[in-house]
Design a protein around this ligand. Sequence first.
Ligand SMILES: [Zn+2]
Length: 167
Amino acid sequence: MESGTLPKSIDPERAAGQGLVVQGGLDPAPLARLRELVAGDTGPISVRLVFGRDEQGRGLMQGHAEASLPLLCQRCTDVFPFAVHTEWRLVFARSEADERELAEKGIDVCYHSGPLDVADVVEEELILALPMAPRHPGDCEPIARPVAGTHPFAELAGLLKRPRRDI
Ligand SMILES: [Zn+2]
């Protein structure tokens, strides 16, 4: 069963039983946590979710999301479009004990009853996929930093140092 639009929420147990496949664009505007981490407007996020079952019959979701996110380069402090592609496999545990057991094996697992908020899941996965210190993929000019002691341009660099803004 395949559907062309992305639903807001999904019942994971039903979706697993149906082998549901959904794909579509997710509007990034309501994703407040993600918005705090990016340096401008994000285009639509392309998402694909495939539901099924693991060997023991538990429900699982395999997800894929990609987007171009504006990030602040930590080397030159300019904003650049970071192409993020992320994939995940999340197993739905049957109980809290089941969840603990799977987590100990290093399996991404959640114990969840009721519908799954699609935007929440995708936002979480995109945040996990963001680099800790984003940098332009190619070369860029590092901002001048004052170097203690012997650097000949230390003083100049100090004069050129721009105040940092907290964003
Ligand atoms: Zn840069």
